[in-house]
Design a protein around this ligand. Structure first.
Ligand SMILES: C[S@@+](CC[C@H](N)C(=O)[O-])C[C@H]1O[C@@H](n2cnc3c(N)ncnc32)[C@H](O)[C@@H]1O
Length: 291
């Protein structure tokens, strides 16, 4: 694993005296922001300080000036630093309401639209997929709730390389599988060591890839985007940019799920807010009659 923190140990911040001077905090937080959109302020300063301290220890460096200079010319180490400051907390079928709206509202609507226009492919992007639980959950939901002749293509992306490695392997210790319904666990996972591994029939629906939401814009023609609990770490400008990117990555007649504590309120976007009986979500270019 390339990560610098145990990815199953989320945000365990040791109490510490301030590690960075205000000037150095400004330098490092600006660097992280400019490279990822992740926004550190005085409120969450201790997270950045603790992760930086870990990186320096790992590299045997004592001085953050030397590290800062190294980061300017070392792309791999920059990726390691960004990986280390991310929060990768996730779980299978996170937010039941979203999955109910997905199965009972989004999939039937898209299916009847696609049948009408003679299309057979469903493309979904799980942006900020962390260790893969989200794309695997949507893949299972799609397998269960779409006819077998439909072609499912899912992209799971993240900037955390250590998380992507876990996602690609698709193996999870027992404790991480507690939110998977028993029937799905039996049907779509194989028991392995002290945990479960996703079966190839689900694994092969998903392509996992490195993608930094601050820069990449190459994702196209999506029907559905899940980007949940990601932009919450961005400031408003970076959030707006990411949402605009999602608009451009989506087809006409498409859907966007963001985290339940995230909102597009005040962003002046063209996305339409939808309130279903299970959860809220957003759509692109659906008329009022189609909602
Ligand atoms: C809290 S996890 C959310 C995982 C999943 N979407 C969920 O809701 O359970 C946030 C993920 O966003 C990723 N992330 C943060 N900034 C990113 C960026 N600029 N580009 C791509 N991924 C990013 C992190 O690496 C992390 O894995």
């Amino acid at each position: 694993m390339t990560g610098n923190k145990g990815i199953y140990e989320e945000n365990r911040i040791e109490p510490m005296s301030q590690f960075l001077s205000d000037k150095d905090f400004e330098l490092f937080s600006s660097l992280v922001y400019n490279e990822s959109g992740i926004h550190f302020t005085n409120t969450n300063r201790s997270i950045l300080e603790s992760r930086l301290k870990d990186r320096l220890k790992k590299l045997g460096l004592e001085n953050c000036d030397t590290y800062y200079k190294q980061l300017k010319n070392d792309e791999d180490e920059l990726k390691n630093l960004l990986d280390s400051v991310t929060t990768n907390l996730t779980r299978f079928f996170r937010n039941t309401g979203h999955f109910q709206a997905f199965q009972n509202y989004v999939l039937p609507k898209l299916l009847s639209y696609k049948r009408k226009i003679g299309e057979n492919q469903f493309k979904l992007w799980s942006a900020g997929c962390a260790t893969g639980e989200e794309p695997y959950s949507v893949a299972i939901a799609m397998k269960e709730h779409l006819p077998s002749d439909v072609e499912i293509q899912i992209l799971g992306s993240d900037l955390s390389l250590s998380s992507l490695m876990v996602a690609k392997e698709g193996y999870y210790p027992v404790a991480r599988c507690k939110d998977i319904p028993e029937a799905y666990l039996k049907k779509y996972f194989s028991e392995k060591r002290e945990g479960y591994q996703i079966k190839p029939e689900i694994r092969e629906l998903i392509k996992f890839d490195y993608h930094n939401l601050k820069f990449g814009s190459e994702v196209q023609s999506m029907d559905i985007i899940f980007c949940r609990n990601v932009i919450i770490y961005f400031d408003q400008q970076a959030q707006k940019n990411a949402i605009l990117k999602f608009w451009n990555s989506l087809k006409n007649y498409s859907f966007l799920f963001i985290g339940h504590s995230e909102s597009l309120f005040g962003m002046n976007t063209q996305f339409k807010f939808i309130k279903t009986e299970w959860s809220t979500l957003y759509s692109k270019n659906l008329t009022n009659e189609e909602l």
